[in-house]
Design a protein around this ligand. Structure first.
Ligand SMILES: Cc1ncc(COP(=O)(O)O)c(C=O)c1O
Length: 344
């Protein structure tokens, strides 16, 4: 069989997702993880849960109830996914396209649309990376599924509640990706009773430090959730992930303490970077900066020489400059990072 002859034609040209790099022995600041790691209680729970991995996951409903309680909504408003990545996929499977997002933003919206044979279009952010409301509303005429990311990855800024509401007023299914919600403390949740086209997605990968276990959730009206659930594979979230989430939600104090430390260090790091480069204000756990006249790759290499792995984007099409994104790590990692920055 010539495998390529049998493939769906739209799969052929798809560029796969490029994750932040991991280099053994270096501090990873390339994937916006929480480098403090999960609550020690989560580690204990996981150790005790290993013997039960022969069972299929069976705590779906409990995780849903506890997640809903954390978010301040009813369980019927929530669906749990294998990372928010899976929720993006299930949402794309559920709704008609074409889909629309902004550039630069999280690349999975385009990749997942493409793998599902859905056309995806992008509206360029304004020069200062703020949300281009007028252009977006115009482009949304031709789209049926809209992706907003707030705080936006990789720029770190939020979309104003007023702009989000203007987009929701179009009445089209609209995803507001709040992967970094705990860091910004800003959410579109209060709009949910008014807009049944709003779908918020969040994750346990960032503030809760459970990236490796893959758990995210979406919040929407019960009707929309019941539609998305039709596309969900059974047992999409594994036993250990379920146990970890339940324990993490019982130890919110640990998560909130991490978030406070990371936010305080974000300000210090922002100042330190701004001595060398143009850095963009962020409400997430990362900072984007323009490395010019240094190329992003050269900047990456210089950080790697100091045992730090950052994320080099290079240039963003249509924008001047060269871009690197750095995750705010732990306080002790930051102290060494400041010294590395001095030497750049
Ligand atoms: C904006 C945004 N959405 C979603 C995700 C995916 O998160 P998860 O690990 O829950 O799949 C990421 C991960 O970096 C992200 O930055």
């Amino acid at each position: 069989m010539e495998a390529e002859d049998s493939m769906k034609p739209w799969i052929r040209g798809i560029a796969t997702y490029t994750p932040g790099r991991t280099v053994e022995g270096a501090v990873k600041l390339s994937s916006n993880e929480n480098n403090y790691g999960p609550s020690p209680k989560v580690i204990e729970t996981l150790k005790g849960s290993v013997p039960s991995i022969y069972r299929y996951p069976y705590k779906d409903e409990l995780v849903r109830v506890k997640t809903a309680e954390y978010a301040g909504v009813a369980p019927e408003n929530v669906i749990i996914g294998n990372g928010s990545d899976e929720l993006i996929d299930l949402i794309v499977k559920t709704f008609r396209g074409p889909s629309l997002g902004v550039y630069p933003s999280f690349s999975e919206y385009g990749i997942v649309s493409a793998t599902n044979g859905m056309e995806y279009d992008e509206v360029q952010l304004k020069g200062d990376f703020t949300f281009p409301l007028e252009e977006f509303l115009k482009a949304a005429d031709k789209a049926n599924l809209l992706f907003l990311c707030s705080p936006n990855n990789p720029t770190g800024n939020i979309i104003s509640p007023k702009d989000i509401e203007e987009v929701l007023n179009l009445g089209k299914p609209t995803v507001v990706d709040e992967a970094y919600y705990e860091f910004s403390n800003k959410t579109s949740l209060s709009l949910l009773p008014k807009y049944d086209n709003l779908i918020i997605i969040r994750t346990f990968a960032k503030a809760f430090a459970l990236a490796g276990l893959r758990v995210g959730y979406a919040i929407a009206s019960p009707e929309v959730i019941s539609l998305i659930i039709r596309t969900k594979p059974p047992f999409n979230v594994n036993n250990l992930a379920q146990e970890a989430v339940l324990t993490a939600l019982d130890d919110l104090e640990y998560m909130r303490d991490c978030v406070e430390k990371i936010k305080a260090d974000r300000s210090i790091l922002e100042k330190a970077i701004s001595n060398k480069f143009k850095v963009f204000p962020s409400e997430a756990n990362f900072l984007l900066f323009d490395t010019s006249p240094l190329s992003a790759q050269d900047c990456f290499n210089k950080f790697l020489d100091k045992d730090f792995v950052v994320r080099a984007f290079g240039s963003f099409k249509g924008f001047p400059g060269e871009y690197v994104r750095v995750t705010v790590g732990t306080s002790s990692e930051n102290e060494i990072l400041f010294a590395a920055l001095e030497d750049l």
